[in-house]
Design a binder for this molecule. Structure first.
Ligand SMILES: [Zn+2]
Length: 301
């Protein structure tokens, strides 16, 4: 994996490949299996839970498997049995109220990284500070993750020129990002400090969780209008509910978060990626496998 990552760094054009191979025929095979090669916790617990079947959620009584998307609680599996992730940056997910909870993958992020992920239901969203928060959403003004930090710095420095008090405030704010970066096994305190300064002034990354049409409505909300928009590299989705008429670069929310963090780790923290956030796809990859098996046995593939 690590040699591939180096290749990708040398050839940015290859970054859209999530698969591991320099051989084109192998690459083609693996492109069909984009979730292969992830460093995941054992799926045995999910296999067992699936074998037992759906259970009633103890909070709402709904019939659920693995977790209740209404209550954001595990069902039939315990917290100790599933992976728990610490993310390098806080994540907000804005969910459209009409989005069917059962179809949303936003809940995966909240369950797997509860300390770093907050889900809001539109139109109830926080007020964001435009030079500390970015919105992951494609568009004409969107920048890549690689250029995100520079653009954010540009914004905050142009703002600080407007007010002589700003630098003081900023210094205090920068201390807040110390928490997450401490958990990155970044080695020496010097390294930790440098990754902290790379992350500053970014405080939060906002994702929108809804169907494509609803997403456009949310992204044009005036409270999100001034945020720097960040666009992910082209990534082929393996979302089993691929939306009709949408290109296959349209990502499920959990995929978008995963790819963002991977790019963030390599480009903003400048660290080699070695599977740190792969377990965000713990449920997603399992469900993907189950659904693909079902499709294959039904002769649809
Ligand atoms: Zn429930």
């Amino acid at each position: 994996m690590s040699s591939l990552d180096q290749d990708q760094r040398l050839h940015p054009g290859c970054r859209n490949k999530t698969t591991v191979s320099s051989d084109s025929s192998d690459a083609h095979e693996l492109a069909k299996q984009p979730l292969q090669g992830l460093k995941l916790a054992s799926h045995a617990v999910l296999e067992e839970a699936q074998h037992r079947g759906r259970l009633k959620c103890s909070k709402c009584g709904g019939s659920r498997m693995f977790f209740c998307y209404t209550c954001c609680a595990l069902v039939g599996v315990s917290l100790q049995e599933i992976p728990s992730l610490k993310l390098p940056v806080k994540i907000d997910i804005i969910k459209h109220p009409n989005e069917t909870d059962g179809k949303s993958t936003a809940i995966h992020a909240k369950i797997l990284a509860p300390g770093d992920v907050t889900i809001y239901t539109y139109p109830c969203i926080p007020e964001y500070e435009k030079d500390k928060v970015v919105l992951v959403f494609p568009g004409p003004g969107a920048v890549s993750v690689q250029h995100m930090m520079q653009r954010l710095h540009d914004r905050s420095s142009s703002r600080s020129h407007d007010s002589s008090d700003e630098p003081c405030v900023k210094r205090r704010k920068s201390e807040e990002v110390q928490g997450p970066t401490e958990n990155l096994e970044s080695g020496s305190p010097d390294e930790a400090k440098s990754s902290e300064s790379r992350v500053y002034p970014l405080q939060k990354v906002v994702f929108i969780d809804s169907t494509w049409n609803q997403t456009n409505k949310i992204s044009t909300d005036e409270r999100l209008q001034d945020l720097l928009q960040v666009e992910l590299q082209m990534r082929k989705t393996c979302f089993w509910r691929r939306q009709k008429g949408k290109p296959d670069t349209y990502l499920a929310t959990i995929e978008a978060i995963y790819y963002f963090l991977k790019d963030f780790h390599e480009n903003c923290l400048a660290q080699e990626y070695s599977g740190e956030y792969d377990n965000l796809l713990f449920f997603y990859s399992y469900l993907h496998t189950v659904i693909n098996k079902a499709k294959t046995s039904a002769g649809k593939c």
